[in-house]
Design a binder for this molecule. Structure first.
Ligand SMILES: NC(=O)c1ccc[n+]([C@@H]2O[C@H](COP(=O)([O-])OP(=O)(O)OC[C@H]3O[C@@H](n4cnc5c(N)ncnc54)[C@H](O)[C@@H]3O)[C@@H](O)[C@H]2O)c1
Length: 283
């Protein structure tokens, strides 16, 4: 059997729960380019992986930083070969305010994809980690049109108005909860539009919508918000998900076994979204 050439895989949020699981799983066969905020912690993880035989380049920084993004794009695409992206970097309501959530989950995602576009070659596969939270909205054409242009100068002010209009501070999840759900809905839409635009280039893009996953973020949400426990209670599989549940799905979506899957979202939530929708009478 022929030995497959090693690809480069860029993993953002690589020091987080899902990022670490993706690095461990996918780095067994491919070369890793890892990024996360804390240099000390990321370097320590990268060193652990190298000790275990992995090929790793690690570059720390904030995903909103254009210089970091440019450097990551260069690192993953320099050879001109197909590569993979698993974009897990994100913030949730118990970890950050609504502005930071929108900046990291949506604005930085859009910046990353725009920077990657010139480097895309046939065979490249991109996976964005969204959330089941993005599935809870009915269609909202006007709001989705605003979410489709997150780099416009007026975006943050306009979306603040939208969040206020949707109940803002008075809703159970507060401004952060609505910001989080909107940012993830926007990621679903990015996959749809980029899947259509990039298919003819031979590039696939998908998103994964996790349910409740036992990572540092997931545990913080369960401990601090009512919505997370509600989702967990509605999950028919009857357990919290693991970071490896998500890594296995990301590995599949980046592989040739998923060569006919693009422009769509995969719920990896133990049926929790279906359970929530049924309990809200929207099944
Ligand atoms: N854990 C869950 O239950 C759950 C559920 C649905 C969706 N998600 C999504 O999955 C993704 C991964 O989450 P996780 O559970 O592994 O969380 P995590 O907190 O363990 O990891 C997220 C990582 O993103 C990094 N990050 C945050 N802001 C950053 C920035 N500005 N620049 C660079 N890196 C940054 C953090 O440092 C962290 O290491 C997130 O996008 C999250 O919204 C998580």
């Amino acid at each position: 059997m022929a030995i497959l050439p090693r690809r480069k895989v860029l993993i953002t949020g690589a020091d987080g729960g899902m990022g670490r699981a993706c690095a461990r799983l996918m780095g067994a066969q491919d070369d890793l380019v890892l990024t996360d905020v804390s240099a000390a912690s990321l370097d320590k993880f990268a060193e652990e992986l190298r000790t275990d035989g992995y090929n790793v380049v690690a570059e720390a920084g904030d995903m909103s930083d254009d210089a970091l993004i440019a450097s990551l794009v260069k690192a993953v695409s320099a050879a001109g070969a197909p590569f993979a992206l698993v974009h897990t970097a994100g913030l949730s309501p118990s970890l950050a305010d609504w502005q930071a959530i929108m900046q990291v989950n949506l604005v930085a995602t859009e910046k990353l994809l725009r920077a990657l576009e010139p480097a895309l070659v046939p065979g490249t596969a991109l996976v964005l980690i969204a959330s089941s939270a993005g599935h809870m909205f009915p269609p909202m054409p006007e709001v989705e049109a605003i979410l489709a242009d997150p780099l416009s100068p007026a975006f943050m002010a306009t979306i603040e108005g939208v969040i206020n209009h949707m109940g803002g501070a008075n809703s159970p999840g507060g401004m952060g909860g609505i910001s989080y759900s909107l940012s993830k809905k926007a990621v679903h839409n990015i996959c749809t539009s980029r899947g259509v635009a990039w298919g003819p280039k031979g590039v696939r893009i998908t998103s994964i919508s996790p349910g409740m996953i036992a990572t540092p973020m997931g545990k913080s949400e369960i401990a601090n918000t009512s919505g997370a426990q509600q989702l967990l209670d509605a999950t028919p599989v009857g357990r919290v998900g693991t970071a490896m549940d998500i890594a296995l799905a990301a590995q599949f979506l980046c592989s040739d076994a998923a060569s006919f899957i693009s422009g769509t979202d995969l719920l990896v939530d133990g049926g929790g979204t279906a359970g929530m929708k049924l309990s809200m009478g929207r099944g």
